[in-house]
Design a protein. Structure first.
Length: 702
């Protein structure tokens, strides 16, 4: 029995896979302490399944604690220990404006409240100046902080000084002070990105450690196993690992949804596929994964919840993962699912700007008080209020979590905005829905069109409580011809946690070129990193023999008839560039690739990304990335059943008021207008769209 729990801005979702059956539940989120909402959702799911906590064998958790702490600045008081002369690295940053045409836009303030110069120096070849331990110990006497980030020049290649500094910090400041070292957190070159990542890691880890400690205690008291935590990379790790490296979890929440969307796209066969989807942003794992065509699924995941909308890409049944991005204006050199977020959710508040234009978000009604129609004291108009007035939602049909909708409250909330805009109440509601959909369509363009990917050749996987409501409208805006709405749309992020793989990513910058770039040199690095990744992922298992397949049971265990867990599978990704270039592209490859193989893969990726390749230029291997992974669960197909006909109701599409058929989940095929009331979400099928539903998903096509 596997349990996945995802915390959203409005609801906390639980998915329980038990006995070949999937049970789902929702509970209001508890922002003050997310663990309270988590345990409430768990209790509801177990009750629905008729099971006890002792039956659960694996508990996977996705949360927003680290994200919220970073964005809101609620972090630990942090000290940066950097090589003498480089303590201002975080504040100096890169010579790039955050926004090209807004000269007043600034960078976020430094997180490091204290900066300590470390008297030492290493270079590419090793130690240039030994660490002066006595001077450092004297400097640490006056340091007042809760966390320490250690980032020394060339620490990623020669970590000895960083390890010793970490030990001296623990001796001087005590074991309660969290210490993050750059070679453990993000062992890559480029000192600015490595430094910022280490500082973020130190700043958010104490808060995350406190939260996960509370959750682990509550889970243990309830009889649940210790939670695993979804990492930003789309894999899971133990709560202990996540607490030690808080920066690895800053996209924990969206990652579950991205994994779930990728699985749905693969099962549904993807959509119209085009080689343009191969042209991914430089530095992303999927840049050379091969054309999505040839049976590989290409899709855009759209997760619209109560507070925000997360957009991701799925290629070949896997969530697209990048190797560096900014969160809240801070550069993080870590593997992360490629997600773009906008403040457009069901609880996003509609308002009129100074120029008289209708705007939606980013301010949200959140979980408390929520949209006006929730009847919890909200008075401002939200997207959910508009959806109710348009007939897309029904006041007589409670939402997931038992929320009953108050149409009168929604009318009062929208009426004030309609008067300000000079519109009727219905016109204002239609405008709110259209503006929200336009905001989300723009988010899709960011991860597709702006990278040379044509969204018209991909499917749109819509999920979250509000995603299927606006999916067809968003697809129309983008010219997309296929929408997939899983029956479990409302809890797909939690389901993504259940099916997610256990994963450990390790990285090493090697800077190999010319005669030094050989098959043997690369294989040696991959083998070393693979041993480390496997041991950290599954400490109780030794490395599989070289001739053994990744998931093959060892011979001695097969002979004895003993069932055994699979060995972790290894995957390798290589960051390459032409000599003289400043940035790299990532290509997937074998565990011992020849230079010619790397050259061919990189030339192909460079051609796709930039429109040309230079086969005569010298090639440099900058960074090697190895992931060890164990597979997640495989939910069984749902039992087929005919969709329940729930009558019809009047709905508004554009300027037209039409009668739309209302159906429950199950097998059906019809043309719009129609509405599918799914267990945790509502799917709107506008005129001009054809719907084909089975027990697992509803597919819309034009």
């Amino acid at each position: 029995m596997i349990l996945g729990v995802d915390v959203g801005g409005t609801f906390t979702d639980a998915a329980l896979l038990t006995g070949g059956r999937l049970v789902v539940a929702k509970s209001p989120s508890t922002p003050a302490d997310q663990s309270e909402g988590v345990m409430a959702a768990v209790s509801e799911a177990l009750s629905e399944a008729g099971a006890s906590a002792a039956d659960v064998t694996r508990f996977v958790h996705g949360m927003t604690v680290g994200t919220n702490a970073l964005l809101e600045g609620r972090v630990a008081r942090t000290a940066l220990l950097a090589t003498e002369g480089f303590t201002d690295l975080e504040e100096l940053g890169r010579q790039a404006r955050p926004e090209l045409y807004r000269l007043c836009a600034g960078h976020p303030p430094p997180l490091a409240a204290v900066r300590v110069a470390v008297p030492e120096r290493t270079g590419p070849a090793g130690v240039l100046r030994p660490l002066d331990e006595e001077a450092l110990q004297a400097a640490l006497q006056d340091v007042d902080c809760e966390a320490v980030a250690v980032c020394l020049l060339w620490g990623f290649r020669h970590p000895g000084h960083e390890r010793r500094v970490g030990s001296l910090v623990a001796e001087a400041l005590g074991e309660d002070v969290h210490v993050s070292t750059s070679h453990e957190t993000a062992g890559v070159f480029r000192e600015y990105e490595r430094c910022v990542t280490t500082i973020v890691d130190a700043a958010v880890s104490p808060l995350l450690r406190g939260y996960l400690s509370r959750l682990t205690e509550r889970a243990s008291a309830a009889g649940l196993p210790e939670p695993e935590v979804m990492l930003s990379s789309g894999g899971t790790a133990s709560a202990e690992t996540a607490a030690r490296h808080g920066s690895w979890t800053v996209l924990s929440g969206p990652a579950g949804g991205a994994v779930g969307a990728a699985r749905v796209a693969e099962q549904a066969g993807g959509g119209p596929e085009d080689a343009a989807a191969r042209s991914a942003e430089g530095g992303s794992e999927y840049a050379s994964r091969g054309a999505p065509g040839g049976g590989r699924s290409a899709a855009v995941g759209l997760d619209m919840g109560g507070t925000s909308c997360d957009v991701s890409l799925a290629i070949g049944g896997a969530a697209a993962v990048g190797h560096g991005r900014e969160i809240g204006g801070r550069a993080l050199a870590l593997p992360m699912v490629d997600v773009h977020t906008v403040g457009a959710g069901g609880g996003s508040i509609a308002w009129c700007d100074a120029g008289g234009a209708l705007r939606v978000g980013p301010r949200s009604a959140g979980a408390e008080p929520g949209p006006a129609c929730y009847g919890r004291g909200g008075t401002e108009p939200t997207v959910t209020d508009a959806d109710l007035l348009l007939g897309w939602l029904d006041a007589d049909s409670p939402l997931a979590g038992g929320v009953r909708l108050d149409r009168d409250a929604a009318e009062r909330a929208v009426e004030g905005l309609a008067s300000e805009l000079g519109l009727t109440r219905e016109e204002a509601a239609a405008g709110i829905a259209r503006v929200a959909s336009t905001e989300m369509a723009q988010a899709v363009r960011v991860v597709t069109v702006e990278r040379g990917i044509d969204p018209r050749e991909m499917s749109l996987v819509a999920f979250g409580g509000a995603g299927p409501l606006h999916a067809a409208q968003i697809a129309d805006e983008l010219g997309m011809r296929r929408v997939i709405a899983p029956i479990a749309s409302g809890v797909l992020s939690a389901l993504g946690l259940v099916v997610s793989e256990r994963r450990r990513d390790v990285v090493e910058s090697v800077l190999l070129g010319g005669e030094g770039l050989t098959r043997e040199a690369v294989a040696e690095v991959v083998e070393r990193l693979g041993d480390r990744a496997r041991s950290e992922l599954d400490p109780g298992r030794s490395r599989a023999a070289p001739e053994q397949a990744p998931h093959e049971q060892p011979r001695d265990e097969r002979a004895s008839g003993k069932a055994a867990a699979p060995h972790p599978e290894l995957r390798a990704t290589y960051d390459l560039r032409y000599a003289g270039q400043a940035f790299e592209l990532s290509v997937d490859g074998s565990l011992s690739p020849a230079p010619d193989e790397l050259r061919a893969a990189f030339d192909r990726a460079h051609e796709e990304r930039y429109g040309y390749a230079d086969p005569e230029a010298d090639l440099e291997l900058v960074t090697v990335r190895v992931a060890a992974a164990l597979p997640g669960a495989e939910p069984p197909p749902a039992e087929p059943a005919r969709a329940e006909d729930r009558g019809a109701r009047t709905t508004r599409f554009g300027d037209d008021r039409l009668e739309a058929r209302v159906l429950g989940p199950g097998e059906a095929e019809l043309d719009g207008p129609a509405i599918f009331e799914l267990p945790g979400a509502t799917l709107v099928v506008p005129p001009g769209w054809h719907a084909r539903a089975d027990a697992d998903a509803v597919v819309l096509e034009r």
